[in-house]
Design a protein around this ligand. Structure first.
Ligand SMILES: Cc1cc2nc3c(=O)[nH]c(=O)nc-3n(C[C@H](O)[C@H](O)[C@H](O)COP(=O)(O)OP(=O)(O)OC[C@H]3O[C@@H](n4cnc5c(N)ncnc54)[C@H](O)[C@@H]3O)c2cc1C
Length: 446
C-alpha cells in the first residue's frame, strides 16, 4: 500500500505502527550514522537494550560518568516511537496526583522535572546535537474559557513557570486565527526533530565511549554467575546490569511479562511538503508548538524545513488511510485558518507508530521503572510525552546506577504487573473519544 511518495508499507505495518522508519518525515534524506551489528562476544558494566529516547539517554549519562556501556538496538537508533512522534516538547506535567505514590509523594521527581524541563534544549546545546530543537514555547488553544486550563496555569505559575492565560487578541497575534478565544501560552517547551535528537544522544554516548550496535535485536537475556548475558543474532554482551528500554515495541521474548504492562495505542502522523510562503507568513507566525484543548486533535509544529507536522489517532483497522486523515487535517486547517483555503498544501509523508502507556486514563499516564530480575531493570511505557520524559528519566536512572545509589531513583521501582483489559485504552480512544472529538471540533462544541 502506498501512503505517500516514498513510503511503501503493508496495511499490517501501518496497523501495528511498524512502517519502515523512512516513511516518517523526521529522518533526513541521507540517513545519519548507522551502527554495525554486534559480531562478537563482549563485556561491559551495563548493557542497554533499545536506542530510543530512553535507552540513548541512559547510555549517554552512564558514559558521561565513566561507566562501560554497550547499547544493542534491533534496528537503528530512533527506529521506534522516538523517530515517529509529533515533535512537541512539553515543559509541564499533565497531572501531579498520580505521583502521590512515588518516593516522597512525588515531590523529589516534581522538583527534578522542573529543574530539568529544558533537558531537550540543554542536551542539544551541551553535546552539539543538531536536532532542529526550538524553544519556541507552546500554546494550548480552546474555543472558549476552560476552568481546567485556568487551574493548570495557576498551579504552574506557583511552581515558577512563565505561563500566561491568553485571550482572543493574543491568540490571533500568535497563531493567525480568530478561531480560538482562550488558551495558555507556555514560554518554555517547543519542538524538536525527535529522530535527529535520538541519533544525537546516541552519537554523543558513542563519543564518550559507549559501544553502540545496530541491527542487533536482543534475543535472550540469561543469568550467568553474578551477571547477565544478552544474546543477539551474531554476538553477545556479558554485563552486571541490563537496562531494557524497548518500549514494548517489538516485544521482549525473554521477559514476556513486560509486554503485558502496557496499554498500546497506534497513532499516525503526517508532514506536508514545504508550505507556500503566504501560509508560512500567516499561520502560527509565533512558531509555537500548538495543541488544541481539550482533545489535542491535531497538534502542530512547523519544522526547520518549513513543513507542517501533525499527528492524530486513526480509526480501527484503517491506520493506512493516509488521504482520509490528511483530508481531515486540511478541513481543520481551512476552518481554523481560512487564509489556507486554496493554498497548495500537500501531503509529503504519512506514517504510524505505537505508544505504550501505563494507564488507560490519559492524565494518569506516567512512565514505569520495573525490576524484572536482580540486576535487570526496564524503563518503559513512556506514553505520549517521551521527548522530555525519556531523556529525563534516563538521566536519573543512569546517575543512580553510576553512583550505586538506588535511593536516588525518583520513580518507584515496581515488579512488572499485567494491566487489566490491555485493549481498553485503544478501544476508548480509537472507537469513542477521537471520533466524538472530531465531530465536536467540527461543530465547535468544545
Ligand atoms: C505518532 C506519535 C506521536 C507522538 N508525539 C509525541 C510528542 O509530540 N511529544 C512527545 O514527547 N512524545 C510523543 N510521542 C511519544 C514518544 O515518541 C514516546 O514516548 C518515546 O519515543 C518512547 O521512547 P522509548 O525510548 O521508550 O521507546 P522507542 O523510541 O520505541 O524505542 C525503543 C527501541 O527499542 C528497540 N527494540 C525493541 N525491541 C528490541 C530488542 N529485542 N532488542 C533491541 N532493541 C529493541 C526498538 O527498535 C526501538 O528503537 C508520540 C508517539 C507517537 C507514536
Amino acid at each position: 500500500m502506498t501512503a505517500s511518495n516514498s513510503c511503501t508499507a503493508t496495511r499490517a505495518e501501518f496497523e501495528s505502527g511498524t512502517v519502515p522508519i523512512h516513511c516518517s518525515a523526521w529522518p533526513p534524506a541521507t540517513l545519519t550514522a548507522s551502527y554495525p551489528a554486534l559480531e562478537q562476544d563482549i563485556e561491559a558494566d551495563v548493557v542497554v537494550i533499545g536506542a530510543g529516547l530512553a535507552g540513548s539517554s541512559v547510555a549517554l549519562h552512564l558514559a558521561e560518568r565513566g561507566i562501560s556501556v554497550v547499547v544493542v538496538e534491533a534496528a537503528q537508533p530512533g527506529d521506534g516511537a522516538s523517530g515517529r512522534n509529533a515533535g512537541h516538547v512539553q515543559p509541564f506535567l499533565d497531572a501531579l496526583e498520580p505521583l502521590q505514590s512515588w518516593p516522597g509523594q512525588g515531590q523529589p521527581f516534581i522538583d527534578f522535572f522542573i529543574e530539568n524541563r529544558n533537558i531537550v534544549f540543554d542536551l542539544c546545546a551541551r553535546h552539539g546535537i543538531d536536532g532542529d530543537a526550538v524553544k519556541s514555547g507552546m500554546v494550548e488553544a480552546a474555543y472558549k474559557k476552560q476552568g481546567a486550563l485556568e487551574t493548570k496555569a495557576a498551579r504552574w505559575q506557583k511552581l515558577g513557570y512563565e505561563v500566561d492565560v491568553i485571550g482572543a487578541d493574543r491568540l490571533r497575534e500568535m497563531l493567525g486565527t480568530d478561531a480560538y478565544s482562550y488558551g495558555l501560552h507556555w514560554r518554555e517547551g517547543g519542538q524538536v526533530n525527535p529522530y535527529l535528537f535520538t541519533h544525537g544522544l546516541t552519537s554523543a554516548a558513542a563519543g564518550l565511549g559507549a559501544r553502540v550496535f545496530g541491527d542487533s535485536p536482543a534475543l535472550s537475556c540469561d543469568k550467568r554467575g553474578q551477571g547477565w548475558i544478552v544474546t543477539t543474532p551474531r554476538g553477545s554482551v556479558r554485563a552486571q546490569k541490563v537496562i531494557i528500554c524497548t518500549n514494548g515495541h517489538t516485544g521482549n521474548a525473554f521477559f514476556p511479562e513486560l509486554a503485558r504492562t502496557r496499554y498500546p495505542l497506534v497513532a499516525c502522523a503526517m508532514a506536508t511538503k514545504p508550505l507556500p510562503q503566504a501560509v508560512l507568513d500567516t499561520v502560527n507566525p509565533a512558531r509555537v508548538a500548538l495543541t488544541q484543548y481539550p482533545a489535542g486533535l491535531f497538534p502542530i509544529v512547523i519544522d526547520g524545513r518549513k513543513r507542517m507536522i501533525t499527528a492524530t489517532i486513526p480509526y480501527p483497522g484503517r491506520a493506512d488511510a493516509a488521504q482520509t486523515y490528511f483530508a481531515y487535517f486540511l478541513r481543520y486547517l481551512h476552518r481554523t485558518f481560512p487564509q489556507t483555503r486554496g493554498a497548495a498544501i500537500e501531503l509529503e509523508s504519512y506514517w504510524t507508530g505505537v505508544t505504550a502507556s501505563s494507564s488507560h486514563v490519559y492524565h494518569n499516564d506516567f512512565a514505569k521503572l520495573y525490576e524484572v530480575a536482580d540486576g535487570v531493570m526496564a524503563l518503559m511505557n513512556l506514553g505520549t510525552w517521551g521527548n522530555v520524559m525519556g531523556p529525563l528519566l534516563g538521566m536519573n536512572l543512569a546517575h543512580a546506577i553510576a553512583a550505586e545509589r538506588p535511593q536516588d531513583l525518583l520513580m518507584p521501582v515496581e515488579r512488572p504487573a499485567s494491566v487489566r483489559f490491555p485493549r481498553l485504552f485503544e478501544f476508548k480512544i480509537r472507537h469513542l473519544a477521537i471520533p466524538a472529538a472530531r465531530v465536536a471540533d467540527r461543530f465547535g462544541l468544545v
